[in-house]
Design a protein around this ligand. Sequence first.
Ligand SMILES: Cc1cc2nc3c(=O)[nH]c(=O)nc-3n(C[C@H](O)[C@H](O)[C@H](O)COP(=O)(O)O)c2cc1C
Length: 384
Amino acid sequence: MRDEILSIDDLRSLARKRLPRILWDWVEGGAEDEAGLVRNRDVYAAERLLPRYGRDMTGRSLATTLFDRQYDLPFGIAPTGYTGLLRPGGERMMLAAADAANVPYLLSGVSAASLEDIASASPGRAWYQLYPARDSAISLDIARRARDAGYDVLVLTVDMPVEAKRERDIRNGFTLPLRYTPRLLWDGISHPAWTLSYLTSGGLPALGSWSAYARPGATPAEVATFQFAQKYPVQTWADVEDYRRLWPGKLVVKGVLHPEDANRAISAGADGIIVSNHGARQLDRAITSLEALPLIRAAVGDQAVVMLDGGIRRGADIAIALASGADYVFAGRAILYGVIARGEAGANEAFGILRDELSRVMAQLGTLSIADLGPDVLVPRARA
Ligand SMILES: Cc1cc2nc3c(=O)[nH]c(=O)nc-3n(C[C@H](O)[C@H](O)[C@H](O)COP(=O)(O)O)c2cc1C
């Protein structure tokens, strides 16, 4: 049997082999029973598509426009924290893959690479995702830096009022900086490729955008500890209004699941929302983003750009999300698996797989363009 990479799941298997268990569990895990992780996939599996034949499908296009900019694909990269810990230089690899695919890359608020580095490496490519800090002067300053660095889109993540109960992480004693225990050493020894790249790149990467706020000369571990202590501040819609006043570009609120919150975000000044349950990492019993999407679309109409993430592993999932009303889709783990497994090449492979699958699905559905992916490609019964 040939060992080919055919699917995102194949990249997942490679990623799993490479990463120490403690990090793999952090990437893969969800909250509490992890029932949400299963549902995030099951909702896509429950949908049925309605093929149409007898049309010439040559020249079909996956290009789409988002915030007045043309992208080659209707899906981009969702923000994932500490990508540079999972693969040294990981953020730059994601950026390069986003450049190659011509899609947006959402740089996480907890990235190893600094926001200025990413902006100057590829001007206009990345959006900046901001986590508010307990000391609001810090997060407002980060937003100003993002503005000065030339980011066009600021993404405020609102779905982390408290620390989620992720039992894998609690059992593993996962903290950043990593605590050196005999178990961690064994974990490292049994995953030598990752451990070698970690050690030769200097160990724990500093949180590039946060170094300025910890004490001068702080080590990467101290910066991580400082950032951790700034997590889970009170965050209200008034804060979104503050960012609206400060931010001249497009403002996006990520982590919306209730139609009234979607409208609240828009009245606070958001240009777009990302319907998301944070990859089932926050509230295990939360509604899935695919279930929330039609309700939110009905509530907001065309007042804002409505995007979605969560559970995307196949091109068909992207087609279903678009047909269910999303203007654009983001993949978190699907691209992350590629980076963890094979760096930039792996991220490119993930894009190649999803692009190819989506293109085939479109040919089967008789759709020549992304705009053609409307509700009529879904079997209505499956939505009951
Ligand atoms: C390892 C990991 C780290 C994440 N870090 C962030 C983050 O820093 N900021 C954020 O807004 N969302 C973060 N998310 C959530 C993703 O942006 C996205 O909502 C989620 O991964 C989508 O689900 P999917 O992984 O099934 O595609 C993270 C997700 C994962 C898996």
